[in-house]
Design a protein around this ligand. Structure first.
Ligand code: PMV
Length: 350
C-alpha cells in the first residue's frame, strides 16, 4: 500500500538482529478474507504473555538472495521456501530485501507438538526483525511507524499475526467502533475503554489434540468464499464487535462469556457448513465444553472457553485469588480429556 512503499534510499551491510513476538487468541474471530489479505470483518484478540516466538536473522548483504531457516535447531526446507516467497511478495515495501542471504533461527516457547498456531508469533517476530534491519539500512527511526509497518508486513505473512505486534487487546479490520482501525494493520484497543475485570485473565490451553491441524487456515478462509452463510457471518461479526466494545467498557462479564463462546462456536459452525465440510473439534473438545457449561450452571464461577481453528480449548478465567475452585475443577475434570495430560498455562495482562 502506498504509505508503506519505500524508495530505494538505503545502504546494506552484514547484520544480525533478534526479536521476540507473542501469540494471540481472538475473541471476535477473523475467518474469511479478500484478495491482498484483507479481512472480511474486524476482529479483536488478547495478546498472550508466555507463548512466544524468538527469532534471530543473520543477513549477509550483497550475496545472492537465499533463505535458510532453522526451527529449534533443525533446518526446515519447506519453511525456507515459504519465507522466500513471502520476502519476494514484500519487496515493494522493503526494496533491499532481495539483496542478500538470510539465515533465520526461530524457536517457540510453547511445545512444537502443541498444535498452537505459531504463524501469528512467527510472522510477527520475522516482521519485527525485518523492520529492525530496515531501520539500520534506511536510517529511519520513527518507532511508531516501525511498529505499524511491522504489523502491516506481518499481516501479509499470516493475517492474525498483525495483531501480535501489540500487547493487551488488539483490533484488526476497519470499524467505526475503533478510531484509527484499519484493514492493513492492527491497532491497540484503547486501554481506557477496558473495564478492570478484563485486565487480568488466565488462558490455559488444553491440548486435546497434539500435532498438525487437520485443515490449514488458508483452506479455511478460502471455504468462506463459497459458504452460503458467509455474508451473514461477516455482518454478525461486525454486530458482535460493537457489542464487545460495550461489554469491555461496562465490565459485563456474563455477556463477555456468552459472546466469546458464541464467536468460537460460530467459527466451528462455519467449517461444518462449508463444502467440503470439516469438523475441527474432537470428542474431548465437546466433553470439555459440556463440562464447562455444567460447572458454570452449578457454581456460577466465571470459567469459559474460546477455540481457534482446531480441537484445543483455551480456558479463560480471571487471574485472582478466588479461582482455586476453578483450578481444582480443571485438574480433576478437564485435563483427563487432553491427549497426553498437557496444558499450556498462559496469561493475559493489560
Ligand atoms: O491468521 P490466519 O490466517 O492463520 O487465521 C487465523 C484465524 C483464527 O485464528 C481462527 C481466528 C483469528 O482471528 O485469529
Amino acid at each position: 500500500m502506498k504509505n508503506f512503499t519505500a524508495n530505494s534510499d538505503f545502504t546494506i551491510s552484514d547484520q544480525s538482529v533478534f526479536e521476540t513476538c507473542p501469540s494471540n487468541i481472538a475473541l471476535i474471530k477473523y475467518w474469511g478474507k479478500f484478495v491482498g489479505q484483507i479481512p472480511a470483518n474486524p476482529s479483536i484478540s488478547f495478546t498472550l504473555n508466555h507463548c512466544k516466538t524468538n527469532t534471530s536473522v543473520d543477513f549477509f548483504g550483497n550475496e545472492n538472495f537465499s533463505v535458510q531457516t532453522f526451527l529449534s535447531g533443525n533446518e526446515e526446507k519447506k519453511f525456507s521456501e515459504k519465507i522466500e516467497k513471502y520476502f519476494r511478495n514484500i519487496e515493494i515495501y522493503l526494496p533491499w530485501i532481495l539483496k542478500g542471504k538470510y539465515v533465520i533461527r526461530t524457536e517457540n516457547t510453547f511445545p512444537h507438538s502443541s498444535g498452537i498456531a505459531s504463524s501469528a508469533s512467527g510472522f510477527g517476530a520475522i516482521a519485527k526483525c525485518l523492520m529492525s534491519l530496515d531501520k539500520i539500512f534506511s536510517g529511519k527511526t520513527d518507532e511508531d511507524f516501525k511498529l505499524k509497518k511491522a504489523s502491516f508486513l506481518a499481516r501479509l505473512g499470516s493475517g492474525s499475526a498483525c495483531r501480535s505486534l501489540y500487547g493487551g487487546l488488539v483490533v484488526w479490520g476497519e470499524t467505526p467502533e475503533v478510531k484509527g482501525s484499519s484493514d492493513l494493520f492492527a491497532v491497540k484497543f484503547p486501554d481506557d475503554e477496558i473495564h478492570p475485570v478484563f485486565k487480568n485473565f488466565n488462558d490455559w490451553i488444553l491440548l486435546i489434540h497434539e500435532g498438525e491441524k487437520s485443515v490449514s487456515s488458508t483452506i479455511g478462509h478460502a471455504l468462506m468464499n463459497t459458504n452460503p452463510y458467509a455474508e451473514r457471518r461477516f455482518q454478525e461479526a461486525r454486530e458482535n464487535f460493537a457489542l464487545m466494545k460495550k461489554i469491555l467498557k461496562t465490565g459485563d462479564l456474563q455477556n463477555f462469556i456468552k459472546l466469546t463462546e458464541h464467536e468460537a462456536l460460530t467459527l466451528h459452525a462455519m467449517m461444518m457448513m462449508s463444502d467440503p465440510a470439516f469438523i475441527l473439534m474432537k470428542s474431548g473438545t465437546l466433553e470439555v465444553i459440556r463440562k464447562i457449561w455444567n460447572f458454570r450452571q452449578e457454581t456460577d464461577l466465571p470459567l469459559f472457553f474460546t477455540l481457534d481453528a482446531g480441537a484445543n480449548v483455551h480456558l479463560l478465567f480471571p487471574n485472582n485469588n478466588e479461582n482455586q475452585k476453578i483450578i481444582n475443577f480443571i485438574r480433576s475434570e478437564l485435563i483427563p480429556h487432553t491427549q497426553n495430560g498437557n496444558v499450556v498455562k498462559d496469561l493475559i495482562s493489560i
